[in-house]
Design a protein around this ligand. Structure first.
Ligand code: NIG
Length: 396
């Protein structure tokens, strides 16, 4: 057993149930886990001691929503959007064509590059999705490649009906052979429930098939307009519903109802459907920012994620998402960090393992080149990334 003490931390934000900020802190790592956290003056001895140089510490980000398996460039689409064009899901087909033309080697290299960028930015637990394959062979290939890099993989065959295909026939394929083939590589299934993508009946079919196959569920819902996504996610007990830009009162009530048997003060009870807000995507598509404040006030557990993808959010910067949530969505810095760490862990069913600095959790710790975690929003856009530890190892 090896022990390492990270000491001389200006503060450590725990992201635990009481969202504690420990001043002048230290953290003891035993092998890959956190063994102790508290005031540096009370720290136990250790074989190795790391002087953090009075940096602030917080848990590594848990990015619970990305689409990182892709090739090609869509910056022209972004430029057109900034000039006033609306976002249309049809751009997905552009990425599907470029990705289909990439070798396994190139796709793996691209994905590893993006995961490495995310890690350098403090992301120590990463979900990614398929969804740019849209055929049995390609979706299976993307799921296999994703499973070699990401911590959790979500099957999103139901991302877009390929051009020329019949929507119902394609949905049947997603729920049949495609689902069977990706199963060895994925833990979750997702559906883009939106006008122009999959309607309520098709989304219901996808969620039913995925649930019957034993997968966890998530839904892309209410991104571009009001719709049944949130309601379906809650009805199916999905782990998360992501985007949540256009919510009516009934959507918020349904989400908060799913947390009725959850005790937030002790973080015990039964987990509901996490509302995952994707502020970088909202800005890049000029959609209204998701109502994170209202959701928190209604008792909904919220996650913040990057949605790193080539169409609507080509960034893996969770620090940017946190700063936006504080500056433009009215979350406190503590709420935003909790959403980007523990919230993501809840959305991925990993809340017992990662997402907070607590004894027994995996030692996923990021240090900031700043004396306070508040600098994440106080100095938006600045490169504050210090050393990153994943499972107790210094990885960036
Ligand atoms: O989460 N909403 C659907 N999927 C992605 C965008 C995909 C794309 O345009 O390439 C999203 O925003």
């Amino acid at each position: 057993m090896s022990t390492t003490l990270i000491t001389n931390l200006s503060e450590a934000f725990t992201s635990d149930a009481s969202a504690t900020l420990i001043p002048e802190a230290a953290i003891l790592i035993e092998d890959s886990r956190i063994a102790w956290i508290g005031k540096a003056t009370d720290a136990p001895g250790a074989e190795n001691v790391i002087d953090a140089g009075f940096r602030a510490a917080l848990p590594g980000w848990v990015d619970s929503h990305t689409h990182m398996v892709f090739a090609g460039d869509r910056s022209a689409e972004f430029v057109a959007r900034m000039a006033g064009q609306d976002y249309a899901a049809g751009g997905i087909a552009v990425t599907t064509a470029a990705t289909g033309a990439s070798s396994d080697y190139d796709l793996t290299r691209l994905l590893m590059g993006r995961a490495t960028e995310a890690l350098a930015g403090g992301t120590t637990y990463l979900e990614t999705k398929t969804g740019y394959g849209l055929s049995v062979e390609e979706e299976t290939r993307h799921a296999r490649i994703a499973s070699t890099v990401a911590d959790k993989v979500t099957f999103l065959g139901a991302h877009l009906v390929p051009a020329g295909a019949d929507a119902q026939e394609y949905t049947d394929l997603v729920c049949g052979e495609m689902l069977r083939r990706v199963l060895p590589y994925v833990q979750y299934a997702d559906v883009f429930c939106e006008r122009g993508a999959f309607n309520e009946a098709q989304s219901r079919q996808v969620l039913t098939a995925a649930r019957d196959a034993g997968l966890g569920l998530r839904v892309h819902g209410n991104q571009l307009g009001a719709g049944p996504g949130v309601r379906l996610a809650v009805e199916f007990g999905a782990a998360s519903v992501d985007h949540v830009n256009y919510l009516d009162e009934a959507d918020v009530t349904a989400l908060s109802g799913s947390w009725n048997r959850w005790d937030a003060s002790s973080r015990t009870g039964s987990v509901g459907t996490v509302a995952t807000c994707l502020p970088a995507c909202d800005l890049s598509t000029r959609q209204p920012l998701a109502p994170g404040r209202e959701l928190l006030d209604a008792g909904v557990q919220v996650a913040l994620a990057s949605n790193c993808n080539p169409g609507t959010s080509y960034t893996s910067s969770m620090a940017f998402c946190v700063a936006t949530a504080v500056l433009q969505m009215n979350l406190s810095i503590e709420e935003a960090i909790v959403a980007a760490t523990y919230g993501g862990a809840l959305a991925l069913g990993e809340q017992g393992n990662v997402g907070s600095l607590e004894v027994g959790k995996r030692a996923d710790i990021q240090l900031l080149n700043a004396p306070a975690v508040a600098h994440l929003a106080y100095r938006p856009g600045m490169h504050l990334n210090g050393p990153v530890f994943r499972a107790g190892e210094l990885v960036a």
